[in-house]
Design a protein around this ligand. Structure first.
Ligand code: CA
Ligand code: CA
Ligand code: CA
Length: 494
């Protein structure tokens, strides 16, 4: 057990009225991913404490991730900070709560509790295929995985009418599996998790954003790189009245490559990748040739990638209050000090420069090009990383969405596995770009050529998020410049 941070006071107070977080392990392929429904995932918690929750390969008893979660924050028009974030699966010490947002806040209603205290729904493509072929057969019984799919929320409880995606054959917006309708999943098996932040934030003490988060975790059965991959489609719904002038979403991951104490971290800005690897070629759990594991953003260019280490001194250690999480989301240390290229990314100590950077250890430790923890010869440790994947305005009742994947490679020594992971990242992106049926991960629902059907203005240029001229590419978010001079942030649909 790595650490136990249960706050006994909160535990006593909340235990009687707060439901236990539910757990499900998605393990269709070689990645055995433990899911939870209160903000943290790839983590496991029981009476003996906190444990890692991403076993790979499945059945080995060895894990490569201790914990992960999405961090979200926004500033309202007066600059007030609202923030929801989770690092660890400590029971009853979360910013997030299982189930959808309720406009009546009726979370203690027995009907709400019975419907949503377990907010993880899982279904396989095989079940869906069988259902499609046999739903009209005499004696066919719809399996619970399809029957219970949360396509519609209970509006009597103040929950949104539309929740998880489904194929609505008759177009009435009502999920009717008895008519052959079925969950609209990706992959060969998917788990759908719903949680909200509409109660006290027991982790960060941040202000509630009134958001609802949906994550579809999905895996493919395959014999290639997909067999060691878990995908995530994450959607954020702003259910309240707040308008966030600046909304940021980050993906946090405490990668532990087997033993946690001898790891390095890195980023690859061209691949939108954050990754963890062993500093030497021997790990206490994986043995020789320990793997590399990473998180890749597929729908968005990452804005920054930062890290911290639990054993470091302030301000280089784990964040505590909401403002410290906000600082990390903004690509600074937790006290707001900047990151600098070189060394350990601090201003001052040996090896660092005066050059600010948004991406920690952006070089390649295998080719030894650029700045890496290998080139800096850093002391290894328990690395935790956070990559900020979006910075937008988020209106009341708007939604945004992200596609990501957790990828893995173990085909050589510790550094060859980093190089191998970069190649897996390219394969995953190629695979993702071919998925034409995926609904588009963007706040904007119009495609660029439909923006102004009667328009007098035409598109004159595209720019990427760094302001560089680029060509339009499906699934890419970019700035579109129009002939009247206006610029809008858009995602290309087709
Ligand atoms: Ca229907
Ligand atoms: Ca290790
Ligand atoms: Ca770690």
């Amino acid at each position: 057990m790595k650490r136990l941070l249960i706050n006994a006071l909160f535990l006593c107070f909340w235990h009687s009225i707060s439901a236990q977080q539910s757990e499900y392990t998605l393990d269709l392929n070689q990645a055995s991913a433990t899911l939870l429904d209160e903000g943290a995932f790839f983590a496991h918690s029981d009476s003996s404490g906190l444990h890692p929750g991403y076993e790979i390969p499945k059945g080995s008893g060895i894990h490569a991730i201790f914990s992960a979660g999405f961090w979200m924050a926004g500033l309202d028009q007066w600059g007030q900070l609202f923030l929801s974030a989770q690092r660890l699966a400590v029971p009853n010490q979360s910013d997030f709560y299982s189930g959808p947002y309720s406009i009546f806040h009726t979370y203690m209603d027995p009907n709400y509790v019975s419907k949503y205290s377990d907010a993880i729904w899982t279904v396989s493509k095989a079940e869906i295929d069988f259902h499609q072929q046999h739903f009209q057969d005499l004696g066919y019984v719809i399996p619970n995985s399809i029957l219970d799919w949360p396509g519609n929320g209970d509006t009597i409880l103040g929950v949104a009418a539309q929740l998880a995606p489904f194929i609505d054959l008759n177009g009435d917006l009502i999920y009717q599996p008895q008519f052959g309708e079925y969950p609209d999943i990706r992959g060969d098996k998917a788990s759908y998790v719903i949680y909200n932040d509409d109660r006290p934030h027991l982790n960060t003490n941040g202000n509630s954003m009134r958001i609802e988060v949906h994550i579809m975790f999905y895996q493919f059965a395959s014999t290639d790189f997909l067999n060691e991959t878990t995908f995530m489609n994450m959607r954020v719904f702003n259910r309240g009245a707040l308008f966030f002038n600046q909304f940021k979403c980050g993906f946090f991951m405490d990668g532990d490559v087997g033993g946690y104490a001898d790891d390095y971290i890195g980023s690859d800005t061209t691949r939108n990748l954050m990754y963890f690897y062993n500093y030497d070629n021997t790990d206490v759990e994986y043995g020789t040739n320990p793997p590399a594991i990473g998180a890749i953003s597929l729908s968005h260019d990452i804005q920054n990638m930062t890290y911290f280490t639990s054993t470091s001194a302030y301000p280089y250690n784990d964040p505590g209050p909401a403002m410290e999480y906000w600082n990390f989301l903004n690509g600074t240390w937790e006290n707001g000090a900047g990151f600098y290229y070189g060394g350990q990314g601090y201003g001052g100590p040996a090896g660092s420069t005066n050059t600010p950077t948004n991406f920690m250890f952006s070089g390649n430790p295998y080719t030894n090009q650029g700045w890496s923890e290998v080139s800096a010869n850093n002391p290894p440790g328990d690395r935790r990383g956070i990559m900020t994947i979006e910075d937008i305005q988020l209106n009341s009742h708007a939604e945004t969405c992200y596609d990501m994947a957790i990828i893995y490679n173990r085909n050589g020594n510790n550094l060859e596995n980093v190089q191998g992971l970069l190649e897996v990242a390219d394969s995953i992106r190629q695979f993702y770009n071919l998925q034409v049926n995926y609904y588009n991960c963007s706040q904007v629902t119009a495609s660029y050529d439909e923006l102004n059907p009667n328009t007098t203005k035409s598109i004159i240029a595209f720019y990427d998020l760094l302001g560089r001229a680029c060509s339009p590419e499906k699934g890419k978010i970019l700035f579109v410049q129009f002939s009247d001079g206006s610029i809008e942030k858009r995602m290309i649909l087709e």
